[in-house]
Design a protein around this ligand. Structure first.
Ligand code: ADP
Length: 480
């Protein structure tokens, strides 16, 4: 007998989406100087949610001036404890309005409500709470006596965790005394605009946070503005390289959190059922739109068959569909463009001789969807083993000895994350020491905490976010 879940959709009544949005500059929503509007859609049904503004270079200039004035006249005059009060207030408002944020995020991004409700929004609030606690203790962070902020920081974020990435950027910047000009990604601007309302509700002094919607051109205008002292970027390695070049000839400080091709290494003595859950969480969480995803499964050859059988059985239970249904595990791909990219890379896997497997699943007709998938027969040279797919696609590679596992895991231009699954503590330590990755999980995967620094090696980026290390990125000085 087959049991089915009844639909359990979350109501959208709690969100009030305006038909059009202006830019948030100097504490107010203001129209652009000459910027056109563009649509943001719900990727699960392709319906238009709202029309937002493409901020122009002159809007960027206005926002930078507001942020600079706020820095000079108000924010830099406050004590750490006073700044902390605002951060605590923002954190509490985020908790109070958590359901509204979760529903809006699922609608604009396509990710399941279960994840926005249980992960994105609680973690965003936690990030503000954590940094609120640091605001009056910076003297004791081991970063020198009375460390100084940069001033105005420009922050550019991607679409995979829109609200969480905003929190990762804004919370440490404000705690350390900087003011902000932030640009959300073009496909997911709505929670950032709701956050602008939260800043008003929290009575944050005007100009301390400015939010400009727009595409890469707006991002480039922020990067190149001479009034900005530091750039923090999360996004693709490709754009990260462009930004690094632009900033190189200036005095701006820079942190980059870029792509990844994380190895999830399964040794023969791994606890197999927990490991299967960890693999699922590693690559099918958030539709695989995760820079630190465990997108390469390195499995010891003698347990490969058993593991893949169990993985197939578990993948057959993944529920793909309406992101607002509380039973959904895998939501919509964020955009048509991303869907095309996932399809193209998967087709390269077929063409290069790897073997594709997906469970039977019905995909909705409207919207952008891709089933949970893995490839076996993947060689190190295949594009699906080297390039970031940023979708629910796993490449399975086998190994015989621990040193072969490490060699294969490190054989990538990236170095963001890795996972180790084994019964032996000594093997965890041995592997972790040799893996060239910024974040390494042992017998778990995709766990995040504001106290834990996050960032990469090589083409995965520069600098760390979160924890004490993350604070240093927003303060002047050489703390390396
Ligand atoms: P993804 O491939 O994940 O969409 P991108 O790197 O293209 O990542 O986008 C991440 C963020 O960078 C988005 O907010 C996007 O608008 C912005 N962006 C894109 N191109 C540029 C650029 N040349 N300069 C600054 N920001 C950019």
């Amino acid at each position: 007998m087959k049991f089915e879940y009844a639909p359990a959709p979350e109501s959208t009544a709690i969100v009030n989406i305006q038909s059009e949005y202006n830019l948030f500059i100097d504490g107010k929503f203001v129209p652009s100087k000459g910027g056109k509007r563009f649509e943001t859609i719900n990727p699960a049904n392709e319906k238009v949610l709202s029309r937002v503004t493409q901020a122009t270079a002159s809007d960027v200039d206005k926002a930078v001036k507001a942020a600079s004035e706020a820095y000079r006249k108000t924010w830099s005059k406050l004590t750490g404890a006073q700044r902390g009060k605002y951060l605590f207030r923002i954190a509490r408002i985020l908790q109070e309005r958590a359901r509204e944020f979760a529903v809006l995020e699922s609608m604009d991004n396509g990710k399941p409500i279960r994840e926005t409700r249980d992960t994105d929004i609680p973690l965003a609030a936690a990030h503000f709470f954590y940094h609120a606690g640091w605001a009056d203790k910076l003297d004791y962070a081991g970063l020198g006596k009375n460390p100084k902020p940069h001033g105005v920081v420009g922050q550019i974020i991607p679409w995979n965790f829109p609200m969480l990435m905003l929190a990762w950027k804004v919370a440490p910047a404000l705690a350390t005394g900087n003011t902000v000009v932030l640009k959300p990604a073009e496909t997911t601007p709505l929670t950032a605009l709701l956050f602008a309302e939260v800043c008003q509700q929290a009575d944050l002094p005007k100009g301390v946070v400015n939010i400009l919607t727009g595409d890469g051109a707006t991002g480039a205008a922020i990067v190149n503005h001479p009034g900005i002292n530091k750039i923090a970027f999360t996004g693709s390695t490709e754009v990260g390289k462009i930004i690094a070049k632009s900033v190189a000839s200036s005095k701006k400080a820079l942190t980059l959190e870029l792509g990844g091709k994380g190895a999830n290494i399964i040794f023969e003595d791994a606890p197999i059922d927990e490991t299967v859950e960890g693999i699922i969480n590693g690559i099918y969480f958030n539709q695989g739109h995760v820079c630190c995803a465990g997108s390469r499964l390195l499995v010891q050859e003698n347990i490969k068959e058993e593991l893949l059988e169990k993985l197939k059985r578990r993948m057959s239970m993944i529920r793909v569909g309406d992101p607002l249904d509380k039973n959904t595990d895998l939501g919509a791909i964020n955009s048509q463009a991303q869907l095309m990219k996932i399809r193209e890379l998967s087709e390269s896997g077929d063409a290069e001789g790897a073997e594709r497997w997906s469970p039977q699943c019905e995909l909705p007709e409207k919207g952008f969807w891709f089933p949970p998938t893995f490839f076996t027969g993947v060689s190190q040279a295949h594009r699906i083993a080297r390039e970031e797919i940023f979708g629910p696609v796993l490449s399975v590679i086998s190994f015989r000895t621990p040193s072969e596992a490490i060699e294969k895991a490190n054989n990538t231009p990236f170095g963001l994350s890795a996972g180790i699954w084994t019964d032996k503590g000594s093997r965890i330590l041995w592997s972790a020491q040799q893996l060239k990755a910024g974040v390494i999980w042992a017998n778990t995967f995709n766990k995040f905490d504001p106290a834990s620094p996050f960032g990469g090696y090589k083409e995965s980026g520069w600098g760390r976010e979160g924890g004490r290390h993350g604070l240093s990125a927003y303060l002047k000085g050489d703390f390396s």
